[in-house]
Ligand binder design. Structure first.
Ligand code: PLP
Length: 375
């Protein structure tokens, strides 16, 4: 993950930099948990869940083991099973599709709007059938999809809506945070995400009490009360006290850290303006969470190589669409051509972006990109 990159290297992400800044507070939180004797689903998890629910403006949050587990549990809570169709974009992180396939459901893969790298209400509408059991939208890279308009489409069809917010914690539409619009919002605390644990973690958000009760049961063997299972499909996926105690500290700083991500993105936009590069947009009224800063270039691979030569690390999110991976393709239904997805995959390049990136480092990246096009 290049956390310990040499000082002259600009890494793509650097969770160790944030953790170093918060070290005394994190260590105090760890000591508190060690001394408490409660290590799973205790006071820290309860407090974290309440604090995250308040920040999101939802009735409840349920902490689980990872973002992927959050998606699996969300689908289970909505009754998705073998042969059911679940609509999702083909341009997303593998886990979105893996969760659907794990349940034996059919991933119905749709295209994206190339401006925001996410699905539109029109694309979702073309994919719905009698067999659709859920729709998953992904706020990819941190840009919100138009989830309010999509919810009108899904509600009209009587289909529940899941928001995959793994890359978008802290992103907003108007004043409202993503994850509060659909029936269930799913979050990942993978260390490089906007809210990163020191290990794995995830959460679900909902304002529907019946759904929340199911989510809580599903993370602990289907139990509705101790030692009594009533909800089918329950396994074991719990956020632990250590991660929750540390996440509480980071949650308190999330707004500031997303604000810094957005400022870095703005510096990139200004510095890279006028080059033959497609820069990320931010739709009116939408606040991009900027988990990633993804540009598009027909010379992507040469540009990446040039940047590497100048000590600037880059990423590809993602090198393969979902429908280009055999495991998912074999299970999928593809209702329309995935032309935008196929056109963008060879051209996307993620530039370094994390809150501790300095302005001087951003300027170095900008100069290196400009140097490539000036050759
Ligand atoms: C990271 C990610 C996930 C999975 O989260 P994990 O915590 O790694 O399981 C799911 N969807 C998207 C879009 C992601 O970026």
């Amino acid at each position: 993950m290049l956390n310990r990159a040499a000082p002259d290297i600009v890494p793509l992400a650097a969770p160790a930099a944030e953790n170093a800044r918060l070290r005394p507070d994190l260590l105090a939180a760890v000591a508190r948990v060690i001394d408490s004797g409660a290590y799973v689903l205790g006071d820290e998890v309860r407090a974290f869940e309440a604090e995250m629910a308040a920040a999101l403006g939802v009735k409840g949050v349920v902490g689980v083991g990872s973002g992927t587990d959050a998606l699996i549990i969300a689908l289970r809570a909505l009754g998705v099973g073998s042969g059911d169709e679940v609509v999702l974009p083909s341009h997303t992180a593998g886990p979105t599709a893996a969760a659907v396939c794990l349940l034996g459901a059919v991933p119905v893969l749709i295209d994206v709007d190339p401006d925001i790298y996410g699905v539109t209400p029109e694309l979702v509408a073309t994919a719905l059938t009698e067999r659709t059991k859920a729709v998953i939208v992904v706020h990819l890279y941190g840009h919100p999809v138009d989830v309010e308009a999509i919810a009108v489409v899904t509600r009209g069809a009587g289909v529940p809506l899941i928001e995959d917010c793994a890359q978008a914690q802290g992103a907003r539409i108007g004043e409202r945070q993503v994850g509060s619009f659909g029936d269930i919002g799913c979050f990942s605390f993978y260390p490089t995400k906007n809210l990163g644990a020191i290990g794995d973690g995830g959460a679900l958000a909902s304002s529907d009490e019946a759904i929340l009760a199911k989510l809580r049961a599903l993370r602990t063997y289907g139990w509705v009360r101790p030692q009594y299972a009533e909800v089918p499909g329950g396994a074991c996926s719990r956020l632990d006290e250590l991660q929750a105690a540390m996440l509480r500290i980071k949650l308190a700083g999330l707004d500031a850290s997303v604000t810094r991500r957005r400022a870095i993105a703005e510096r990139y936009r200004v510095g890279l303006h006028g080059l033959p590069l497609r820069l990320p947009v931010e739709r009116q009224g939408h606040a991009h969470g900027h988990h990633l800063f993804v540009v598009r270039s027909e010379q992507r691979d040469a540009l990446a190589e040039h940047l590497k030569g100048h000590g600037v690390m880059t990423g590809r999110h993602y090198p393969y669409a979902v429908h280009e991976q055999p495991v998912f393709k074999a299970a999928a239904r593809i209702p329309h051509p995935l032309s935008e997805t196929e056109a963008l995959i060879p051209e996307i390049l993620s530039l370094p972006l994390f809150p501790e990136l300095t302005d001087a480092q951003v300027d170095r990246v900008i100069a290196a990109v400009r140097g490539f096009f000036a050759r």
